[in-house]
Write a protein that binds this ligand. Structure first.
Ligand code: SF4
Length: 308
């Protein structure tokens, strides 16, 4: 089976079902370098969109992929960083929508909504999922560690504006990190901004995968209850998740391909191998443990695999 450059998954998404990922930017390019980022620290800390890959190449690959007849629920432009940094975002979304009748979603940190061109591009998507982790500049700098040119107030204003103009589904996400943005007054500051945004859903997330910084911790169960009460959102952890999928036939190569975009813990690797009726799971786990390009991280009592 084929190895793809821009397409990965489908990944079981708690929010969206079987999500086929479209990666349209270079790895670890972002406007932020969040302390909790599961990709590790940002390598290319950018401040504005630029050209990355040719849209026609991505769409060509997508067409090829659809011939495989894999069951997907949604096509998600997610990238390995911030996908709205791609200058060709509108062309990409419209191109995808011309090829498939599945909904097209974009996961974004929202920082590039300050550009009219990006707001226009995102209006073409069926679902936009922006994040908002802070209610003030100081917390924003602490948790999201943005490029110095990025202005928190401009982003929140752009988010409010976009939410009034957008006709699709707007699903907000807030990541809560212990000691960073979980004080009661910080939660009320986030709530105050959320009150101005016309969104359809709010998901509360916590750092369940190995974060960029080892000092990042999840909030307690009691704190999470307070967060859900104040922000009036749904905890992502409460939603059930499915199994990973890959069209690559070799089990080890399939996992390697998935973890290049999305870390997997041992439990997920095992259920993935079970779903493929793998005969020698131990051998695959041994290869994962010993491979020079793979980081084996112990986090929250789980062994997690991610590509270096
Ligand atoms: S915005 Fe997303 S991709 Fe960028 S650093 Fe934060 S978590 Fe990572």
């Amino acid at each position: 089976m084929k190895e793809y450059n821009y397409i990965f998954g489908p990944i079981p998404s708690r929010r969206m079902g079987n999500s086929l990922g479209i990666s349209s930017i270079e790895k670890r390019s972002c406007t932020y370098s969040c302390v909790y980022c599961q990709l590790g620290r940002t390598k290319n800390l950018m401040k504005e969109p630029k050209k990355f890959f040719k849209t026609e190449d991505i769409l060509e690959e997508f067409k090829e992929y659809l011939k495989e007849d894999v069951d997907i629920d949604v096509v998600t432009v997610v990238g390995e960083g911030e996908p709205t940094l791609s200058d060709d975002l509108e062309e990409l979304i419209l191109g995808l929508k011309a090829i498939t009748d599945k909904p097209v979603a974009v996961i974004t940190n929202g920082s590039m909504l300050v550009y009219e061109k990006v707001r226009k591009a995102l209006k073409a998507a069926d679902i936009v999922l922006p994040s908002l982790d802070a209610g003030d500049e100081e917390t924003f700098r602490k948790i999201n560690r943005p490029n110095a040119k990025i202005d928190f107030n401009k982003i929140t204003e752009a988010l409010v504006q976009f939410s009034k103009e957008y006709n699709g589904e707007l699903w907000m996400e807030t990541m809560i990190v212990k000691g960073f943005n979980d004080k009661t007054e910080e939660l009320y500051a986030i709530r105050k901004i959320l009150d101005r945004i016309d969104y359809d859903r709010l998901y509360i997330n916590t750092p369940v995968r190995p974060p960029a910084e080892s000092y990042v911790e999840e909030p307690s169960k009691e704190k999470l209850d307070e967060v859900i009460r104040i922000l009036r959102g749904t905890s992502i952890q409460m939603l059930s998740s499915g199994t990973f999928f890959s069209e690559i036939t070799d089990d080890f190569e399939a996992i390697k391909s998935i973890i290049s975009r999305h870390p997997m813990n041992k439990f997920e690797v095992e259920s993935f191998l079970n779903s493929r009726k793998c005969r020698d799971k131990e051998e695959v786990l041994r290869k994962l443990k010993n491979h020079a390009d793979i980081d084996v991280v112990s986090y929250k009592n789980y062994t997690t695999y991610r590509l270096k």
